[in-house]
Design a protein around this ligand. Sequence first.
Ligand SMILES: [Zn+2]
Length: 435
Amino acid sequence: MPKLPSLDADTLWSDWRMLCETIGERRAGTVEEARAAGFVAHRLNEAGLDQVAIQLFPCFSLRAAKAEVSEPKGRGWRRVEARPLVGAPSTPGERDVRGELAWLELPEGARALRPGSLRGKILAVFGPLPTSLAIHRQLIAAAPRAVIHVDDRLPFTWAKNDGVYPYWAREHGMLPTVAVPYLDAWRWRREGVTELKVRVAVDFRPAASQNVIAELPGSDPTLPAVVFTAHHDTQCNNVGADDNASGVVCLLALARVLGSSRPRTRLRTVRFISFGTEEQLSVGSSAYVRQHHVTPRDTGLVINFDSVASPLGHFVLSVAGAPTLGRYVAAQLAAGGLDVALQPELTPFSDHFPFNRAGIPSLWFMRTNFPGGRWQHHSGHDSLENVSVAEIQRLLRGVLPLAQTLAARRRWPFPSQLPTTLHSRARRVGRELYG
Ligand SMILES: [Zn+2]
């Protein structure tokens, strides 16, 4: 393949540095998130896409957050690192709550939860946080004073910044919840710690967030478009070099290359969207699908880039669609020199999912580096030191010919609608997690 100027490492790094160094952390509803949206819009304009729009939508923004967990030490208390869960409330009066330490191993231990059974206690949850609404509601009803989350995928000395599903917190309530490092929880168990203090003080308020939308019109506007997506927001306390400045860097590079290709080879419209507020469960993508009344008639396939630049890892392609879609795409990518691990499943945890709810198939490109996903995510380790420009170039070299072929073909060798069974599953999962 000839060397394309828009894939040169300097250009990719310059976009990456702008997002992660010049702007930095880009939490939903902040000035920095808006600045990132403005930068993306500017770069899409420069790429020759003239219909660049910014869509505003309401979100919640974490303006200040403080969490403290203390364990008994001699006659006093010793503090351990703790991170508040975005969307969880403060402790009453933003003061310490103190209680006997109880342990719950999820999901298997949920059976033992009874209304009021944990009243007055501090509950340490080992595992994921509740993965079903039923367990979430049982946990709330058990009424512990506060919840400490120990993520069983991350045996580290630091804690991750995560969030709760906004719909669950809004409709079913939420307890003050913090994450602590796995190795501190490990020590509590080993040493038989029986009591803890927790304090959470968060300022979580309504704000505005932005989606950036641009397109390269195809010569036949009646054909459903190919839509490329990424998200420019981050969790707290990190610059999101992989999650997901890496996806935005890809999106911009694709726009530059496709924007400079001759339009007559493009039958279908190619749309580019960078979403805000993904980290609170794809709020921006949901707002886009809702406000634009997106259907399979206008959108044929969504190709989402979220966290694609791990230096060591596997390129995983999560496919929501007919089996022929996965097979076709994997073969096209292989022809472009990119081998991917196919994951034929519906995943509700990135921006393609609101499109699945509308019956649209999707591909999610990611690069994983351990069975739980990406170890560095949602922590200070998700920095420019821990991403690889060479991996992004490899990904783009595989995706570009696929993008050109998809845009040039009147008929695709796979259905541009989700199979009925997958669509009803997307709707069911969507109702439970998103409301
Ligand atoms: Zn992400």
